[in-house]
Every structure is written in structure tokens, then in C-alpha cells.
Design a binder for this molecule. Structure first.
Ligand code: PLP
Length: 389
């Protein structure tokens, strides 16, 4: 019951695409997604690729993106939590799926039932997996998680030896992979990232010293490392945000050319003239000293259009930039078009391109005081996703 109720919000967005008549919507360009994927593939070959599709595929719609990845013949899919893996399985995707996050014991049978690969992040969890697999008469597919300096989950690099020893003895577990995660592969200073990689490689020496083959999938590289640490590619890389055409930070070299997959659009639903001195919106935080033309657009923080962007953000209408004025409401914003013209039904670009202008999710991140990852993952299920082939 718990799993079922957890799955509802992911599985059944409030507004499904066949009812997508709401003017506010997200457009996902599957062509660009494919181009980005191929660009990453060429860049990292012969390493394999595990696209990371957690958090509704960074807001792009997890199941649809998983299917696109399967069509592209990707090697593996990565997600953060069990329910995400189950949803992708239930959609009929047969690719191997690694759940990257930490688990609790009673989740293990669900992993096994749905053929999902488990992250073993401690000795105790490894034993739990082994026992559950034994009880169910199956072999569990596992990747071992080594903590090289993130201090989230995983066995510390300095105590990994007994963890690896134990993994060799678990008869109901197939250790297919071993991985770690960078805390700062996307910054200009790679000192700590290099130290983390060194620690991971040292842990991997265990297998050489024992004269046994290492697990076939050794992996550590996220988008930042794919872009600027070729030595971290190992057997497989785990791109998330880069796949969606967004660079993780402004500092990283753009060594793989990718383009944004997601646009966020709406339409003008109201036009009026605002008199001088007449304030706009909650808290009456903005007014003009001269008459202005303004339009209302049906999007707000209830869709994930951060309220903290108020007084900084602009949108594009008819290829021109205009500021949002007053505070952002839950469902509506007001845009000042000064003395220009705009009409009901005109397209409004919140993220995307129009004429020579563009608004990137990096811009929204800056206005909201956050990172592009949070902008993408916050566009919620009230906003229908429309897929462009
Ligand atoms: C989210 C995540 C990634 C992908 O990170 P990006 O910076 O989006 O490429 C890779 N590995 C793990 C373990 C993650 O949690």
C-alpha cells in the first residue's frame, strides 16, 4: 500500500498530456536529447553510459525519457529511489536500472521482485540483501558504494577492505559494479575531486592485489567529471544534467557541446493598462510613475516558478525581454510591456529561445539564488509535458 500511494504523484501527473490544454506547459525536445546523448557517448567512448533519470528525469518526465534512452540503446539507467525504478519497470523498460540511494531492509524484496540493481552502502545492508535473495531463491544484482569524501552514504575508502572481502563471500549476490561520487567535479579547483578519484583507485587495487577480476562496472563520473576529468571515466559514466543540455556550473569547460532539451512556455491571458501609482500584486511591492501596458500570464510558484525571483526575472514575448513586476503569485505573474504591443494568446517564454533572445534555466537559478538542478526539478506535475519528436 505504501509503495502504491508513493507512486501516484509520479505516475499520474495532475494533468496528463492528452488533457494538455493549459497554456502553461513544458516542451521536451527529444531530438536534442538524442543529440546530447550521442555527443556524450562520442566524448566518453569506450566507457558505457548510465543516464541518471531521478527526480522525474530532472523535470523532463521520467518514463518518457527512460523509453527514449532505451530506444537509443543506452547501457544502464540510474535513479535515486526505489519507486522511480519500479515506475520505469512498470512502463515496460527492460534495461538494467541501478537505484543509487540508501535503502532500508524491508525494501530489498521489492528490488528483487522488480529486477532492480541495489546499491549496497554498508556491510550490514550487503548482508541484508544476501539474506533476502537467499530467502527468495534469487541472485541480487548489486553495486558497492564507496565513500571517498562526500560523507553521505557508502563505506569509507579507508575501511573498504573488509567490505570487499565480505562481498566475495555473499553467495546470493552478484557484485556487478562498484562506485563512488564526487563532491566537486564541477568546480574550477579540482584538488579535492582528484584526491577522491585517487582514493577510489586505491580501493580498486584490492582486486589486483588479490589476483581476482574487479567488478566489471567501476564508475564515478557525473556531468562535471565527464566534462573535465577524462581520467575518471573508468568503465561507465553517470550523466544527469548534461544529458538535458545544461552545464552543471558556469565554471566547467564546455568540452561536450549540448543544447537545452526543456523549454517552459505559457500564453498571455489578460491585457490591461496600469495607471501611475497603482501597485501590482501581493504586498503592493511595485508601481509605475507613468501609465504602462501589462499582461498577465498564468504561471506562478505553485508550478515551480520561484517566488524568490520576484523583481529580478524577465520573460520573452514576441522575441523581446520584459520584466515580471510585483511579487510572483502562486498561479499568476504580471509582465510590464511598457508601450509595446502584446495580445491575448501571445506566446510567453519562461525558459527557452525566441528570436535572438533566450532565457536559460541558469538565469532563473541566478534570480532565485539557487542552482539549475533545482530550477528543473521544481517544475511540478501541474505543468503538462509535451514531447517534440
Ligand atoms: C545525481 C547523480 C548523478 C548525476 O549528476 P549530474 O551532476 O546531474 O551529472 C550521478 N551520480 C549520482 C550518484 C547522483 O546522485
Amino acid at each position: 500500500m505504501y509503495i502504491l500511494s508513493m507512486m501516484q504523484p509520479l505516475n499520474h501527473p495532475t494533468i496528463s498530456t492528452d488533457e494538455a490544454v493549459r497554456p502553461t506547459h513544458v516542451e521536451v525536445d527529444l531530438n536534442r536529447l538524442r543529440e546530447n546523448y550521442q555527443a556524450i557517448r562520442r566524448h566518453v567512448a569506450p566507457a558505457k553510459i548510465m543516464p541518471i533519470l531521478k527526480a522525474n528525469a530532472y523535470g523532463h518526465g521520467m518514463v518518457r525519457i527512460a523509453r527514449a534512452m532505451e530506444e537509443l540503446g543506452t547501457d544502464y539507467i540510474g535513479v535515486a529511489v526505489l519507486e522511480e525504478g519500479i515506475l520505469i519497470r512498470k512502463a515496460g523498460v527492460r534495461l538494467p536500472i541501478l537505484v543509487l540511494g540508501g535503502i532500508v531492509g524491508n525494501q530489498v524484496p521489492h528490488f528483487l521482485k522488480h529486477g532492480l540493481t541495489i546499491t549496497a552502502s554498508s556491510l550490514e545492508k550487503l548482508r541484508q540483501v544476501n539474506e533476502a535473495a537467499d530467502a527468495m531463491g534469487v541472485t541480487a544484482r548489486v553495486h558497492l558504494k564507496i565513500d571517498t569524501g562526500m560523507e553521505r552514504i557508502g563505506v569509507h575508502y579507508y575501511s573498504a577492505q573488509s567490505f570487499l572481502e565480505t562481498s566475495l563471500k555473499c553467495r546470493h549476490v552478484q557484485v556487478e559494479g562498484i562506485f563512488s561520487h564526487f563532491a566537486g567535479s564541477d568546480s574550477a579547483d579540482l584538488t579535492y575531486a582528484r584526491l577522491q578519484l585517487e582514493r577510489f583507485l586505491e580501493v580498486l587495487h584490492f582486486f589486483e592485489k588479490r589476483g581476482i577480476p574487479a567488478p566489471p562496472l567501476r564508475h564515478m563520473a557525473n556531468s562535471g567529471a565527464i566534462l573535465q576529468m577524462p581520467e575518471a571515466r573508468l568503465d561507465l559514466v553517470r550523466p544527469g544534467i548534461l544529458l538535458f543540455g545544461v552545464y552543471p556550473t558556469r565554471e566547467v569547460p564546455r568540452s561536450v557541446a549540448v543544447k537545452p532539451v526543456l523549454s517552459w512556455k505559457s500564453r498571455v491571458v489578460y491585457y490591461k493598462i496600469i495607471k501611475p501609482g497603482h501597485p501590482v500584486g501581493y504586498g503592493s511591492t511595485w508601481k509605475s510613475d507613468h501609465p504602462v501596458r501589462a499582461v498577465t500570464v498564468p504561471v506562478g510558484y505553485g508550478d515551480g516558478y520561484f517566488r524568490s525571483m520576484s523583481h529580478h526575472v524577465h520573460v520573452l514575448i514576441r522575441g523581446r525581454k520584459y520584466p515580471v513586476v510585483g511579487t510572483i503569485s502562486m498561479d499568476q505573474i504580471v509582465v510590464n510591456i511598457e508601450s509595446d504591443s502584446a495580445f491575448n494568446d501571445d506566446e510567453v517564454i519562461l525558459i527557452g529561445e525566441s528570436g535572438r533572445e533566450s532565457v536559460h534555466c541558469e538565469d532563473l537559478a541566478e534570480w532565485a539564488g539557487t542552482i539549475p538542478y533545482e530550477v528543473l526539478t521544481n517544475i511540478n506535475t501541474r505543468v503538462p509535458r509535451i514531447y517534440k519528436q
